[in-house]
Structure formats: C-alpha cells, structure tokens
Design a protein around this ligand. Structure first.
Ligand code: NAD
Ligand code: DAU
Length: 358
C-alpha cells in the first residue's frame, strides 16, 4: 500500500485533498497528515476521516527537522504532498517573519528529510518515490489587463512577502531537482475556493459577512482580477501530476475563470438571494449596499491568469466544476456548516479582523 505524507492537511486545500484522495482510492492508500495546527489548521475539517485505519495525524512543525526526520525513519513514505505554509497575503504584509520561516525553511526541511530518506548509496533515488510541492501563481507577479497569461516559463516576479517566500521555496525545489536529480514536481495553482476555506479569504469572508449583514470590504476599485478554481479540481490536478507528470517538471493549474473581485461579490450576493428560502430573515439585509470600498492592499497585484495548456496536454487534466456550480456548492456547504464558521471566527480571528479592517 502506497503511503502519502501530506503536510498542512488540516488547512483548506490540504483537508479537501485528503477527502478527495480517500474518495478516489479508499483503502488502497495510507495518508499521514503532518500539521502544526496554526490558526488556519483545523482538525474539525477532517472529522470524517479521523477514524480510518489508513489515516494518521501527527502534530509537528515542518521546520522541526528532528520531528520530520523521525516521521521518515518510522514510515516508508512513498509520496510527499507539501501544502504546509502561511498562506494569507494580508498577514504576510503585516508580519512576514512566519512566512519566511514556514514557507522557506519548512520547505527546505521537508526536501532534505525526503532526500536523506530516499537517496541510495550511489546517489540515485529509491524507485517510485515522489515529492510534490504545492505552490501558487502569485510567484509570477502581476499581469496587465491585456489577455496575457502565466506560463511555466514566465519569469518569477513576486511582490508580496507571501509570494516571495513561495517563490523562494519553489527555487529550493528546483535546486534539489537540478543538483541531486531529486524526484519532485511543482504545481503553481490559481485562487481556490470551496468548503473549509478560512474566512479571511475573499469568497468565504463575503459569504459570512453578507449573511450577517456586515459590510463587504473591497480593496481599491474592486477591479483586480483573480482566476478562480474549485478546490476539488486542484486536488485532482495534484493527484494527476503525481501519477502522470514528468519528474522535475512544473505544471500550472488553473481553469480559465478570470473574474474581477467586484464581479465575484455581485455573484455571491445574487446567489445567496437565489438560494435562501423566501422566509429566511437574512434576505432582508443582503444587498449591494453592504459593499464598502476600503484602502487598497499594499503592492496589490492587478491580475492573475493561468495558461493550463501544459497540464492539459501532458497530464490530461481539465477543470470539471464551472464557477456558477462551484459557488453554489460552496454556499450550500457554508449554509450547512454554520457552526464551523462560528467556531473559526471566534477568538483570535475576531482580533485579526478588528485590526485588519479598522
Ligand atoms: P491554509 O492556510 O488554509 O492551510 C495551511 C495549513 O498549513 C494549516 O493547516 C496550517 O496549520 C499548516 N501549517 C502552517 N505552518 C505550518 C508549519 N510550520 N508546520 C506544519 N504545518 C503548518 O492554506 P491553503 O489555502 O490550504 O494553502 C495550502 C497550500 O496551497 C499553500 O502552500 C499555499 O501556498 C498553496 N496555494 C493556495 C492557494 C489558495 O487559493 N488558497 C492557491 C495556490 C496555492
Ligand atoms: O493566486 C493564488 C493565491 O490566492 C494563493 O497563493 C494564496 O494563498 C491565496 O490566499 C490567494 O491569494 P489572494 O490574495 O489572491 O486571495 P484573497 O482571497 O486574499 O484575495 C482575493 C482578491 O480579493 C485580492 O485581489 C484581494 C481582494 N480582497 C481580499 C479580501 C480578503 C478584497 O478586496 N477584500 C478583502 O477583504
């Protein structure tokens, strides 16, 4: 049975990936989830899988080389999927240090422990071992509104401390591939949305605030463009690259779904009104009047857009969920998981929100 070591599996994309993998492979695989449980890590996201015999959770920091080396010593790991990161751009602008530590040092520790565990005496690697580094389109910088795209060959030009730390981590992976012929791939994905997304990010924040009649903060003029992908399509892409990608290669993942932020907010408001029952009292306060233009994000990238040509041609990946369907599934999930939202928005998040949007 193949053993996967997933880092950051208690976060948004990691937990969706774990669900996806168990739905697809059921008992054919084993997953070890390593997560230190920051504010963004929530074991509640995994309560459906926690009793499985083929799932193990280990609380550990990816920067802790002894703890990570021990996991490799005690388990014959076949695949690493490295999600663990500090992921929120606004937090990186306020406090970049954790981003450099986890995203750069943590990736180095993961790479080095995998290399030590997998390398044979002659410098080659054990058969079938593979490392997949989950990265972002933000490493490529910002596009103008001119129909251009990010390709795998686009030069790196990160602007925020978050994207700079992810770019650095990608460079380390590339260095391991070039220097040691380390068996790895990098995926650079566009903006994800879906269940379990922490409400500091645009889509869950707008859903949550609109349902409570709270203002919807729009940075700048609201015309910045992001390229949205339903999280299950990202999970599918990661799995397909692991299965069919050429080792050493980078693959961009994105679904040609570019939208201005203000458009996203309008769609969410319209969809909420379409989905809420006629007699639901929350309908009364859902309106475009909630939209509040606030100070722009520092260094705000204008537009992201992925060209997914390579992953389509080489790996056969394509996105299955259109935005209109994905946003309905996401809103339905948030309707059905109000308690999840209440729990994650209490405590520390309240303090962050007050400070961020004051
Ligand atoms: P997230 O913030 O929801 O989850 C991150 C997870 O990593 C959390 O469970 C957290 O506890 C864990 N973690 C953080 N620091 C850790 C450490 N030092 N040791 C162990 N675990 C640690 O993030 P996400 O949105 O799920 O993103 C996951 C990955 O995907 C990140 O690498 C991110 O850069 C990348 N990515 C995200 C998006 C997106 O739209 N969210 C798009 C492309 C790529
Ligand atoms: O592109 C991939 C990236 O997408 C990932 O690498 C990051 O981990 C992930 O957080 C996401 O980054 P963004 O900065 O694009 O996502 P966010 O949801 O924070 O913001 C989306 C857009 O909405 C962005 O242009 C900023 C804007 N925004 C965001 C918030 C939170 C607002 O206008 N108001 C807000 O309150």
């Amino acid at each position: 049975m193949r053993t996967y070591l997933v880092t950051g599996g208690a976060g948004f994309i990691g937990s969706n990936y774990i669900h996806y993998m168990f739905r697809k492979y059921n008992n054919e695989i084993r997953i070890i989830n390593v997560d230190v449980l920051t504010y963004a890590g929530n074991l509640e996201n995994l309560k459906d899988v926690e009793k499985r015999d083929n799932y193990t959770f280990i609380k550990a920091d990816v920067c802790d080389k002894d703890a990570i080396a021990k996991i490799f010593e005690e388990n014959d790991i076949d695949r690493v999927v490295h999600f663990a990161a500090e992921s929120h751009v606004d937090r990186s602008i306020k406090d970049p240090e954790a981003f450099v530590r986890t995203n750069v040092l943590g990736t180095f520790v993961m790479l080095n422990c995998a290399k030590n565990a997998w390398m044979l005496e002659d410098g080659t690697f054990k058969e079938g071992k593979k490392f997949l580094h989950v990265s972002t389109d933000e490493v490529y910088g910002s596009l103008e509104d001119d129909g251009s795209y990010f390709y795998e060959t686009t030069p790196y030009d990160p602007h925020s401390p978050y994207s700079a730390s992810k770019a650095s981590s990608d460079m380390l992976v590339r260095a391991y591939i070039d220097t040691y012929k380390f068996p790895a791939n990098i995926t650079n994905c566009s903006n994800n949305y879906g269940p379990y997304q922490f409400p500091e990010k645009l889509i869950p924040l707008v859903i949550n605030n609109a349902l409570q009649g709270k203002s919807l903060p729009v940075y700048g003029d609201g015309k910045n463009v992001r390229d949205w992908l339903y999280v299950d399509d990202h999970a599918k892409g990661i799995d397909m690259v692991h299965e069919n990608g050429r080792l050493g290669e980078t693959y961009n993942i994105g679904g040609h779904n570019e939208k201005q932020n203000i458009e996203i907010i309008h769609i969410i408001l319209d969809t909420l009104l379409e989905m809420l029952p006629e007699n639901d009292p929350r309908r009364a306060h859902i309106s475009r009047d909630l939209i509040t233009y606030v100070e722009d994000r520092k260094g705000h990238d204008v537009r992201y857009a992925i060209a997914p040509d390579k992953i389509k041609a080489e790996v056969g990946w394509y996105p299955e969920t259109m935005f209109e369907e994905g946003i309905k599934k996401t809103i339905k999930w948030f309707f059905e998981n109000e308690d999840w939202m209440k729990r994650v928005t209490s405590g520390d998040y309240q303090a962050y929100y007050e400070e961020m949007y004051k």
